[in-house]
Design a protein around this ligand. Structure first.
Ligand SMILES: NC(=O)c1ccc[n+]([C@@H]2O[C@H](COP(=O)([O-])OP(=O)(O)OC[C@H]3O[C@@H](n4cnc5c(N)ncnc54)[C@H](O)[C@@H]3O)[C@@H](O)[C@H]2O)c1
Length: 271
């Protein structure tokens, strides 16, 4: 049984990694997808992968931090599919350093992508929803899922900016769960631990990714990953597919009575 048949879902940062798997998992439940990524080629590849799953999909190529992005994203969904039921704020990256080395630009970039962009996208979406006639009493719930991190819920050395933004996203989630609950909108967050993507890959030397024309060091050396494995009760990192599974749970009708929660998807690392 496909539990999201006919629903329209928006996923940011869906060109790769966890976001791509979230989009695919939602498509397998029957949703139509509007995917976003900063990088054009992965965004277009994501649309092809979703179509190969039998889903309808379109993409909006942009940084989520662009002020005009929320309008473009919401309007593309309305033009393509006529409505919006689910939003997953997933786009993001890491830009780490110790506090004494941290620039204002770095601090601002982390807050912009992980906190201000989700705020603006949700604001635009809620303005759309508020403009619609009240849903029928038996209409399903709408869902917002924000992607946080256990760095945000527990802190992480070297990640003051990233962790502050991800913690802020938890405050946004809980406040909006209270504010939007009466309109039958569920707002939850997931906080990932170590999920195997390009951000957390095992590296021998230095590995970088390009984000919006800037290079960022990513990856962890084998000894650090071995140590992490020992501290995770399940003794391994999670796959992007497993991470997506937790997000999809919060998008299904089966989770209609769950709101304002932060689900730590970390193999038990942070308990
Ligand atoms: N991998 C982990 O262990 C882990 C842990 C905790 C939280 N997270 C969070 O999960 C989310 C996804 O991370 P991932 O590991 O899949 O990373 P990833 O780099 O594999 O994928 C992230 C995607 O987001 C896109 N992106 C980055 N900045 C963007 C922007 N400004 N606008 C639009 N798209 C943008 C990238 O181009 C990329 O395709 C991020 O918010 C990250 O902070 C990941």
């Amino acid at each position: 049984m496909r539990r999201l048949e006919g629903k329209v879902a928006l996923v940011t940062g869906a060109g790769r990694g966890i976001g791509l798997q979230i989009a695919i998992a939602l498509a397998r439940e029957g949703a139509k997808l509007v995917v976003n990524d900063l990088d054009e080629a992965p965004a277009r590849d994501a649309v092809r992968a979703l179509e190969a799953e039998g889903a309808e999909a379109i993409c909006v190529v942009s940084s989520v931090t662009a002020p005009e992005f929320p309008d473009r994203f919401v309007e593309a969904a309305l033009a393509g599919f006529g409505g919006i039921d689910i939003l997953v704020n997933n786009a993001g990256y890491i830009w780490n350093s110790r506090i004494d080395q941290m620039s204002d630009e770095q601090w601002g970039a982390m807050l912009d992508v992980h906190l201000t962009a989700p705020f603006r996208i949700i604001r635009r979406l809620v303005r759309h929803w508020k403009g619609l006639p009240a849903p029928a009493p038996d209409a399903g719930h709408r869902k917002i899922v924000n992607v946080s991190s256990i760095s945000g819920t527990h802190g992480a050395a070297g990640q003051a900016a990233y962790a502050s933004a991800k913690a802020g996203l938890v405050g946004l989630t809980k406040s909006l769960a209270r504010e939007l609950g009466p309109d039958r909108v569920n707002v939850n967050a997931v906080a990932f631990g170590w999920i195997e993507t390009r951000l957390t890959q095992e590296i021998a030397g230095e590995t970088f990714i390009d984000v919006g024309g800037r290079r960022h060091r990513v990856g962890l050396p084998k000894p650090a990953l071995d140590d992490l494995r020992k501290r995770i009760p399940l003794r391994r990192g999670g796959s992007a597919d497993e991470a997506a599974g937790g997000v999809v749970l919060l998008c299904l009708p089966q989770s209609d009575y769950i709101s304002g929660q932060v689900v730590e998807i970390d193999g038990g690392l942070a308990i």
